[in-house]
Design a protein. Structure first.
Length: 323
């Protein structure tokens, strides 16, 4: 672990972390619609030469076979464009080596305090195809991080003190036909495991002494179950035990991306020429439990207590192609 002065991260769950450099950043709550409604970040994230920042949804790149991670303090708008006012975080991958054959495997196992076990593994191979001309490098990886948040038994019923009770046209009174629900079917320990699975393949072609072309294809899936913040108290303000929540529906965040990038660099006389183009397709599917929001003043699902068939879980999907 490296201490980076002036760099902090606000974690609201995998794939939803906010980065701050010199205290500057764009804060956003961990709601499922933040990818479309949140402000554009002030810290840009780059994968090699490609911009991959999105509103409250910076690409969650698994750190496998990386040469280095650069932290560039802002403002960096001249070089890195929008989203780089506070700075830039760059993931620099290891490039293929033209004349070296190598392979490596890493594996690990860990325990989580008050939680489940974790394990990880990755394998990398570098193969020269044509000596001094063409080489291919690939990495595959898988990691499962154990959960540590417990969903404990609870019941939920409307209360006369609910700020949004007027939506039920009940004149500040709990309706006589209001129901009581429970979460007994989703009670469990360590409900927030995270699994990363992915691969990256790069092909480097040396056109001549002055020109090179690099083609990269990446694929990654991330599934984060549960939630990543404990509840200090339940919806009535009663204190809960450490590392616990009271959820009434399954919650998860599934984040998948595919990325194709082409970089060509060379020289024309005294000029150095660089072309960097990429296409990113990212799909996010997220479900969160909003039952406790029925206590709030502006909640459309207040009527769910009167209609038990209404699903109290929120869901959302995002499809974000980016070039």
């Amino acid at each position: 672990m490296i201490d980076l002065p002036g760099v902090t991260a606000h974690g609201v769950g995998p794939g939803q972390n906010n980065i701050y450099i010199r205290g500057l950043g764009t804060a956003a709550s961990g709601i499922q619609g933040s990818g479309g409604a949140a402000a554009f970040p002030n810290v840009a994230v780059y994968l090699d030469d490609q911009s991959v920042q999105l509103p409250s949804r910076n690409l969650d790149i698994y750190a496998a076979d990386l040469e280095r991670i650069e932290i560039l303090e802002g403002p960096q708008g001249t070089l890195f464009g929008a989203g780089a006012e506070a700075g830039v975080v760059r993931y620099i991958t290891n490039k293929p080596k033209l004349n070296v054959t190598e392979a490596m495997v890493n594996a690990g196992y860990a325990t989580t305090a008050h939680g489940d076990q974790s394990s990880n593994g990755d394998a990398t191979i570098n193969l020269p195809i044509i000596v001094d001309t063409l080489a291919v490098r690939g990495v595959i990886y898988n990691e499962k991080r154990g959960g540590y948040i417990n969903n404990i038994p609870a019941t939920f019923a409307r209360a006369a003190t609910d700020l949004g009770i007027h939506y039920a046209n009940a004149a500040g009174q709990v309706p006589a036909n209001s129901v009581v629900i429970n979460n007994f079917n989703v009670v469990a320990n360590d409900i927030n495991p995270v699994t990363y699975t992915g691969m990256r393949v790069e092909a480097l072609y040396r056109i001549n002494e002055a020109w090179n072309a690099l083609l990269t294809q990446s694929y990654q899936t991330m599934e984060a179950d549960g939630v990543f913040a404990e509840m200090a108290a339940n919806s009535l303000g009663e204190p809960l035990t450490d590392l616990s929540v009271q959820l009434y529906n399954p919650s998860y965040n599934k984040d998948k991306f595919e990325n194709t990038a082409l970089t060509i660099d060379g020289r024309i006389g005294a000029l150095k020429v660089l072309y960097a183009g990429a296409y990113l397709v990212r799909n996010i599917e997220q479900v969160q439990d909003y039952t406790s929001y029925a206590r709030g003043p502006n909640v459309d699902c207040d009527c769910a207590m009167l209609h038990p068939k209404l699903d109290l879980a929120g869901s959302g999907a995002q499809h974000s192609p980016k070039s």
